[in-house]
Design a protein around this ligand. Structure first.
Ligand code: PMV
Length: 347
């Protein structure tokens, strides 16, 4: 999408790259995995800076990623943003350009860019594309602009695009420290991806785009008394989760994660206006997963982001068995799964 002009947007293959004839365009490509949070953040202390209300802990996903290429082009007057090979929508382009502007301001440049981005997973699947998307965009843009940022700085900047993107800069098990301002709000790695072979089986019960996205949803947290009740409990759940990861204690991780997912949805459901993300298939999965763990002794638990689809967490050697059970449930429409993955990187 060419912002600020109606006349130019064309498929990438048809753009007359005048400069290509003079000098080859340098393309920088980065890839970042999405992530799934065991302890989630909901609500923001500062909306503009996207400073989350509370710390969150996640696992980066290795097989579900966004790949983003950036070509800086001195002669372009506007950024050109392409998603999945086509010009991106206005809303999508606006967020990308805003993020590029932030990074450009730090590099003291106004060079415009051609941005091509794609996910290897479908939109609307309940897999956080804004997490992998803004992490990949941050890493690619920083490299293209020769900003030699460490992972802390990359994470702080990725957070400005989307809170959960701050975690996708790092691989393995990651904690996003909420902090109190721009400099203190960034993610750190708790353990690398080699520490514990967990995997995420995403059960899709509804593939339609959600009506209220997380950016809008975060703003409602102050309207419910349940939010402060959740915050009071979080200190304990965060400690329990860190320790469970450290000790590879699946039962404790399951307990803390399920409790927090349910509490976050209680916050959403009691907001004004209320946000109901769950569908009948969500409840079917919640009940089945608890039965498989408690009755059948299988290592499995659920967590749910701002949507109806259910992330089913297990250990690699139980993946086939759990995938089969999830697929057999009447309301599961599709299943996508991923191993734990590594940090965002230039490829
Ligand atoms: O990164 P955002 O602004 O889309 O917010 C993420 C919100 C949740 O996915 C519901 C929770 C989390 O910590 O990932």
């Amino acid at each position: 999408m060419l912002l600020g002009s109606e006349s130019f947007p064309k498929p990438l293959s048809q753009i007359p790259y005048r400069c290509m004839l003079i000098s080859p365009i340098m393309k920088t490509t980065a890839r970042a995995g999405s992530n799934i949070a065991f302890i989630k953040f909901w609500g923001q202390k500062n909306q503009k800076l996207r400073i989350p209300e509370n710390n969150s802990i996640s696992m980066t996903l290795g097989n579900l990623w966004t790949q983003t290429s950036i070509s800086l082009e001195e002669d372009l007057h506007h950024d050109l943003i392409f998603f999945e090979g086509k010009e991106a929508s206005l809303g999508f382009s606006k967020r990308v350009v805003q993020h590029l502007d932030l990074i450009r301001s730090m590099a003291n440049t106004e060079s415009k860019a051609i941005v091509e981005t794609r996910n290897n997973f479908p939109m609307g699947a309940g897999i956080a594309s804004s997490a992998s998307g803004f992490a990949a965009l941050t890493v690619a843009a920083a490299k293209a602009l020769m900003l030699n940022w460490d992972s802390k700085k990359l994470s702080m900047i990725a957070r400005r695009g989307s809170g959960s993107a701050a975690r996708s800069i790092l691989g393995g098990f990651v904690e996003l420290l909420a902090g109190i301002d721009d400099d203190t709000s960034y993610a750190t790695q708790i353990q690398p991806e080699t520490h514990w072979d967990l995997c995420d089986i995403v059960a899709i019960v509804e593939a339609d785009e959600k009506e209220v996205g997380s950016s809008e949803g975060h703003q409602l947290f102050k309207t419910t008394p349940v939010h402060s009740a959740r915050l009071n409990k979080l200190h304990h759940l965060l400690a329990m989760t860190r320790s469970a990861i450290e000790r590879k204690d699946f039962a404790s991780l399951a307990k803390a994660s399920e409790q927090d997912a349910i509490m976050m949805h209680a916050v959403m459901m009691t907001s004004d206006p209320p946000l109901f993300y769950w569908e009948p298939g969500t409840i079917e999965l919640i009940k089945a997963i608890r039965t498989w763990r408690i009755r059948d002794g299988l290592p499995v638990f659920f967590t749910i982001d701002a949507g109806p689809n259910v992330h089913v967490i297990t250990i690699e050697r139980f993946r086939n068995e759990i995938e089969k059970r999830v697929q057999e449930l009447p309301l599961t429409k599709q299943v996508i799964s991923s191993s734990i993955g590594e940090s965002a990187r230039i490829i």
